[in-house]
Design a protein around this ligand. Structure first.
Ligand code: HEM
Length: 412
């Protein structure tokens, strides 16, 4: 193979990811305007794995193409852009790290448990929890908005859905949070970053296994009972697979909605005209607004795939074994798709963002659930709080999640 030249635009260093989203997007804008596809130095690995580098896909159309061709761009060797052993990823990410047809079976098994009755029950729980969270906020004064609001609903939703007993909820929440914030030094020292994830992963896995065993013995009228009984083409989930699903849910379903809540609320406070537009007809406009909340926040910055055979992406040859990074954060600012892409504009009539992925087999399974959470929470926040003022956000250092760790707020 010919030696490839690395792009002069640095998106691999710690310093690059230490900058705010809008500053980083200036580099992505250069890449989008140039070739769209560029070769970069590998990210540092916590596991001592050496890779030659990765292709960065920065335009929306290329990311959609790769997402929709799993036969050419596999997830089975892992979807982490930072070099990480595939076995660890398979254990921790369950069917996120599989390709069709195996992926299809698991996805159908899980989807079949979400019966209309279970979904109704979950929506009622979401509504009750959203009301309870905002009850605590009204008149609260000085708070950290992330801890007092954004972090609560996604975690409560998953705990309720799976039936995690209240006594275990704090440790499960901590494990999930730690797993997601792994790259931020505040959450983990370098030593912990290598060893701690295993401990958090095991705790989540064991919780899932225990819940599954419990529901097999004591069937209830809940989602976990439907999950243990689900059957597709003669396949059923084992307790260990349900444990792996809990790890996937705890990481995929938690921090994402939490970050969207924080970013969207900050944007609404900064843009009173947008808030006014939304509140003029909340029930009819919130669906469209949520699409912009997710585009604006881009809580998942990227996922990766490996190339399965020599092929091309938009005319650029790529070789079997190459890694490609799908930068959803960049796709969501693609100026050929979004007018005034850097503006928070709830009135966008068309908003084909890639916040939930590029539309292939792995498209976010929880997108409806996330939307139900955001709809219920923002209804309460925007109608019941008399005022919200924010201080400076404390940003999460991460090349994977667009996060805010703390946000000082004064609420009345
Ligand atoms: C605003 C909130 C959310 C965002 C931005 C988000 C984003 C994503 C993204 C980018 C993917 C990968 C898509 C791909 O590779 O094509 C994904 C997959 C997934 N998400 Fe979400 N997600 C959110 C909320 C949730 C929630 C609430 C849940 C469930 C409780 C959830 C469960 C999942 C699962 C299970 C997958 C793996 C699907 C598969 O591999 O087939 N997500 N999500």
């Amino acid at each position: 193979m010919q030696a490839r030249e690395y792009s002069p635009v640095d998106i691999s260093s710690h310093d690059f990811w230490d900058q705010p989203f809008a500053v980083r997007d200036e580099a992505f804008a250069q890449l989008r305007a140039a070739d769209g596809l560029s070769w970069h130095h590998p990210w540092p690995s916590m596991f001592g794995i050496e890779e030659p580098g990765f292709w960065a896909l920065t335009r929306r159309a290329d990311i959609v193409y790769v997402s929709q061709h799993p036969e050419l761009f596999t997830s089975a060797d892992g979807v982490a852009l930072n070099p990480m052993p595939a076995e660890i990823q398979r254990f921790a990410s369950f069917f996120l790290a599989m390709d069709p047809p195996q992926h299809t079976v698991y996805r159908r098994l899980i989807s079949s448990a979400f019966t209309p009755r279970n979904v109704r029950q979950i929506e009622e729980q979401i509504h009750r929890n959203a009301v309870g969270i905002v009850d605590d906020l009204v008149g609260a004064g000085d708070i950290d908005f992330v801890a007092a609001c954004s972090a609560r609903l996604p975690m409560l939703t998953i705990m309720d859905m799976l039936g995690v007993p209240s006594a275990d909820q704090a440790s499960v929440a901590y494990a999930a949070e730690k797993l997601f914030g792994m790259s931020d030094e505040e959450y983990s020292t370098a030593d912990e970053q290598a060893n701690d994830p295993a401990a958090q992963i095991m705790l989540l896995n064991n919780t899932g296994v225990e819940l599954a065993r419990f529901r097999r013995k004591n069937p209830g009228d809940d989602l976990m009972t439907s999950i243990v009984n689900a059957e597709v083409d003669g396949h059923r989930l084992t307790d260990e697979e349900i444990g792996a699903f809990l790890i996937l849910l705890a990481s995929a379903g938690n921090d994402t909605t939490k970050q969207t809540t924080t970013h969207a609320m900050m944007a609404l406070v900064d843009n009173p005209d947008q808030r006014e537009w939304l509140m003029a007809d909340f029930e009819n406009r919130i669906g469209q607004a949520i699409e912009e909340f997710v585009r604006w926040s881009s809580p998942v910055l990227q996922f990766a795939r490996f190339v399965t055979e020599d092929t091309e992406i938009n005319g650029q040859p790529v070789a079997a074994g190459d890694k490609v990074g799908l930068f959803y954060c960049s796709a969501n600012r693609d100026e050929t798709v979004f007018e005034d892409a850097g503006a928070f504009d709830l009135t966008r009539a068309s908003n084909p963002h890639l916040g939930f992925g590029g539309g292939g087999p792995h498209f976010c399974l929880g997108n409806q659930l996330a939307k139900a959470e955001l709809r219920n929470l923002f209804r309460e926040l925007l109608t019941r709080l008399k005022s919200v003022e924010f201080g400076e956000p404390d940003l999460l250092y991460s090349f994977f999640a667009h996060g805010v760790k703390r946000l000082p707020a004064h609420v009345r």
